[in-house]
Design a protein. Structure first.
Length: 50
C-alpha cells in the first residue's frame, strides 16, 4: 500500500497509448508505462502527423 501513483505520468501514458493505437503501432505496455519521457516523445512526434 506504500506505492505512490503519479497522476501526470498516468495521463501521459494513457494519451501515448491512444495515439499509438490510432496509428496502429504496436508497443510494449510496461516500457511505456515506466518511462514518462518516452510517452512525451511519442505524443509529440505522432501529434505532428495528425
Amino acid at each position: 500500500m506504500d506505492k505512490v501513483i503519479n497522476i501526470e505520468d498516468m495521463i501521459l501514458f494513457k494519451k501515448a497509448c491512444e495515439v499509438l493505437r490510432e496509428n496502429k503501432i504496436s508497443f510494449n505496455d510496461e516500457k511505456l508505462r515506466n518511462n514518462p519521457d518516452l510517452c512525451k516523445a511519442v505524443i509529440r512526434m505522432l501529434g505532428r502527423y495528425e
